[in-house]
Design a protein around this ligand. Structure first.
Ligand code: WQD
Length: 339
């Protein structure tokens, strides 16, 4: 059973390759290395003992995608992570996002629909819910008008998959991630944000290690218990394991519909300040931070109703926020050679 993982050297992709290999799947990785480094292949091999076959391919090149599937005609499933994901950048350069995130999805699906049957898992995001009315957020919550071109590429991607699955032998699962954080306990793989991190946890670890002067907490006058935004921070290893469960469900033809949607989170909300204090507790590192004005586009709170993933996918997160923060810190120290 050969599985293609696109974006397989990225943060979530690399952790998913590890879990797929642990479960005996034969994995081939495509990555364009725009937001990942080839040495991640060695990090994966250090954990599993097996170097995944890697090909550097830009999925915007339709001919390159066609050639890949001609060469690897035994690929029966795809887990598609490859996409640009910086919300702010997508506002400045929307066409970069529509080309990279949507055109590449079309080229992949065009190859899969040629097969007698194919399984497709799509990396989606809770961002499609915008500011949901009701907490925790279930899969029935309405998809809101996107707040950024990045978010819209996830919504459009889901719609494309629904349409193509209806018209082909493709079976799909859409996984809507909440906030992935942490790193593999071995510190052989982790998050490698390019430039100044946009996300909270890598900014925290870079501040703690001295790369950043101070963490800016974007607003403390939201309608939440401590005034800072609430999110559902899910350990990336738990998230990776959910992808294996989803693939097994498709392979075992256990999915009830052609396209199924699952929210992947812990089911627990944590505020920014709670994350800061949990980091200090988990690592013994005092964090230098200050409260600054709100960041445009941030929703007040978002955390998952995990009932469907627990009951239908048979998956539940097991690791805690402290586990994630401690592993993120261990990875940061290793990357900066300060173990
Ligand atoms: C979390 C909280 C910030 C940085 C985004 C995307 C989502 C997904 C995950 C790709 C917010 C606060 C952050 C900082 C801060 N991306 N914060 N200071 O915005 O919930 O989700 O990343 O798939 O699609 O929308 O994650 O980590 O950026 O922010 O105070 O330096 O931390 O205001 O409340 P977000 P985040």
């Amino acid at each position: 059973m050969k599985i293609l993982v696109t974006g397989g050297l990225g943060f979530i992709g690399s952790h998913t390759v590890v879990e797929l290999q642990n479960e005996g799947f034969d994995v081939v990785v495509i990555d364009d290395l725009s937001n990942a480094e080839e040495r991640v292949v060695d990090g994966i091999a250090a954990i599993t003992g097996k170097k995944p076959h890697f090909e550097k391919i830009d999925l915007r090149e339709k001919a390159a995608v066609q050639q890949f599937f001609q060469k690897h005609d035994d690929v029966s499933g795809v887990i598609h992570f490859a996409a640009s994901k910086a919300v702010g950048e997508s506002v400045e350069n929307p066409l970069l996002y529509y080309e990279n995130n949507v055109a590449s999805l079309v080229y992949l699906l065009q190859e899969l629909q040629k097969k007698p049957e194919a399984n497709f898992i799509f990396s989606s995001s809770c961002t499609v819910y915008g500011q949901a009315e009701k907490m925790p957020i279930s899969e029935n919550a309405p998809v809101q008008p996107a707040m950024s071109p990045y978010g819209n590429t996830k919504q459009v991607g889901e719609e494309i998959i629904h349409d193509v699955a209806k018209a082909s032998a493709i079976n799909a699962i859409l996984l809507r991630y909440f906030n992935p954080v942490g790193a593999h306990e071995s510190a052989n793989i982790g998050e490698l944000p390019l430039g100044v991190p946009q996300n909270l946890v890598p900014f925290i670890t870079q501040t703690a290690i001295g790369l950043r002067e101070q963490l800016s907490v974007f607003g403390d006058d939201y309608n939440t218990p401590d005034g800072t935004c609430v999110r559902d921070y899910i350990h990336v290893v738990d998230l990776a394991k959910a992808h294996v469960m989803a693939l097994k469900r498709l392979v075992d033809k256990a999915n009830a519909e052609k396209v199924e949607v699952f929210n992947l989170g812990t089911g627990k909300g944590s505020s920014v300040l709670e994350v800061v204090h949990a980091f200090e507790k988990a690592t013994g590192q005092k964090l230098n931070y200050k409260i600054v004005p709100k960041r445009p586009g941030d929703v007040t709170e978002a955390y998952a109703d995990t009932t469907k993933a627990n009951n239908v996918l048979g998956w539940k997160s097991e690791l805690t926020l402290e586990d994630a923060l401690a592993s993120a810190w261990k990875w940061e120290q290793k990357v900066r050679g300060k173990e």
